[in-house]
Design a protein around this ligand. Sequence first.
Ligand SMILES: [Zn+2]
Ligand SMILES: [Zn+2]
Length: 341
Amino acid sequence: MRAAVVTAFDRPLTLEDRPTPQVGPGQCLVRMETSGLCHTDIHAAHGDWPVKPGLPFVPGHEGIGIVERVAEGVTNPAVGQRVAIPWLGWACGECEWCIKGWETLCPHQHNTGYGVDGTYAELVVASAKFVVPVPDGIDPLDAAPLTCAGVTTYKAVKVAQVGPSDVVAVFGVGGLGHMAVQYARIAGGTVVAIDVHEDKLDMARDLGATYTINAAIDDPDIILRELGGADAAIVTAVTPKPFEQAFAGMRRGGRMVMVGLPAENTLTLPIFQTVLQGITVTGSIVGTRLDLAEVFELHAAGHTRVVRTTRRLDDVNEAMKAVEAGDVDARVVFDFRAPAS
Ligand SMILES: [Zn+2]
Ligand SMILES: [Zn+2]
């Protein structure tokens, strides 16, 4: 089976023919139909973050496919079922965080496409308990971005406790941000979308943003304060500056949720303003299996739209370059079903 493999952090991915992976206890084998390209995959391939993946590895954690085989004793999912393979590849189920509904914080978790081989491959083994069924009627090309970009921003909107009278600032209108705009609207918020690309701001307006700010032209914090300040901010940017702008644009008592993971890992926060204005700054990482099931439910009901463009896995390196250059509307999705060119 074909797989895109990272062999060194300073080299492009290589396409390899690998043997079919063995199904271990509690696992299932999934034949991929689609897999999204998340910015995390680029960081993983470059070894950008403090904890680096072991080499070689297969990136990808927005995998959608059909279960082809299950280990002995596994009854769920069933062979033939369509499932999603998310970032949370496995969690222990027994620790404090797993028990209280925060499996995404499990210290023992395995992360797909980082700690364990991911979904840039035709065949992928996954924990049967941690794949999430994809309801009929959802296009696998839509389901892939929902599996990380969707669930991550859906959870961030929950963490931000967005209410009907809230002004919600969404920093960065890419793969994550374009979903954040929609979930903030669904929660009843008035959305202000911030980006440096005018075409992405047009997309944000199409998806329900009431206001847009081009941060290449205007200061987002000044405009947010003119609007009364943001009750909630979801920051999906991949550089630190928008995080500072978000903080400076918060309303008293506001909740700022950090979602993007810049390679440059530092943010300076003014203590005085944080204390006196009662601002909450928090992080939010992906979402649980239940969050993802809810994301699929909303999409199946027609409440969300996924903006994506399709590529073949052979084009993985070009696709990553295009995403890094900001040349891609929202999400790249690799389609494994497309015939070889
Ligand atoms: Zn991701
Ligand atoms: Zn756990």
